[in-house]
Design a protein around this ligand. Sequence first.
Ligand SMILES: Nc1ncnc2c1ncn2[C@@H]1O[C@H](COP(=O)(O)OP(=O)(O)OP(=O)(O)O)[C@@H](O)[C@H]1O
Ligand SMILES: [Mg+2]
Length: 277
Amino acid sequence: MNRKNIRQFAAEELGLKTGPYEFVKTKEEMGAAAGRMGFPCVIKPVMSSSGHGQSVMKSAADLDQSWELAKEARGDASELIVEAFVDFDYEITMLTVRNGKETAFCEPIGHQQKDGDYIYSWQPAQMTALAKERSQAMAKTITDGLGGRGLFGVELFIKGDEVYFSEVSPRPHDTGMVTLITQSQSEFALHLRAVLGLPLGFTFYGDGASAAFKSQKDSYAPSVDVDDSVFTENSFVRVFGKPESHVGRRMAVALVFDEVEKALEKAKTLITKIKDA
Ligand SMILES: Nc1ncnc2c1ncn2[C@@H]1O[C@H](COP(=O)(O)OP(=O)(O)OP(=O)(O)O)[C@@H](O)[C@H]1O
Ligand SMILES: [Mg+2]
């Protein structure tokens, strides 16, 4: 979860391409860094995830607001990263698996983010051959650099054929839940196989999409009502069984196996048939 260690390792030790960034500790330093970076720029606590404490500064006038938001966020908000806004065409997750003997890649996953969390993901993301090749090369470099066994979620921004490293998680990735329906071995199965040193072969069955269901209430021991129509021959729902729900917290995911555009449209419809009970 430490953005500073990840970013410095990726950009400064491994030489991976990223947007410009600076680390700051005070509001004055933040303002100065934002000024150098230009607007818009993105402010994030060094220790945080799921968009907590994150904001986009559109101008110097946003300084106080962005500073307060970042300081209130959970985690160690004593240090912040100021990132230039990368004007990417689209973003992907490159799921990359290491078992100590070989490295395997899943088909690239496209996704859409809202309020700090992914809401839709699809696989495969449409990419040029060059952008895909560069994405795999970058994912290999960062995961070899980190070492160890398991599945990693390598988050990349793509502009044309240019690939920018964003961040990496050393575990299955939320956007990768789509693999529950698109692959013979899901990201979870691959993670386990990699940790156990087992072979990483799997079959990509074909296109699919996922859509996250977000709760609209705060509750203990929450449950959800899932309409029967959600269970078609090529779709299903996974309910996470979280012990508490909060407004905006993701509680379940709808999964659809179909051509990407159709799958995405269906997945978006299916989550409207899931309700807080
Ligand atoms: N420098 C940037 N330029 C443009 N967009 C950005 C930038 N940094 C973050 N974003 C957008 O915000 C999203 C979340 O950023 P990031 O992955 O760094 O945060 P996070 O808190 O780790 O989120 P998560 O835990 O969901 O991965 C990115 O997927 C991207 O859509
Ligand atoms: Mg992220």
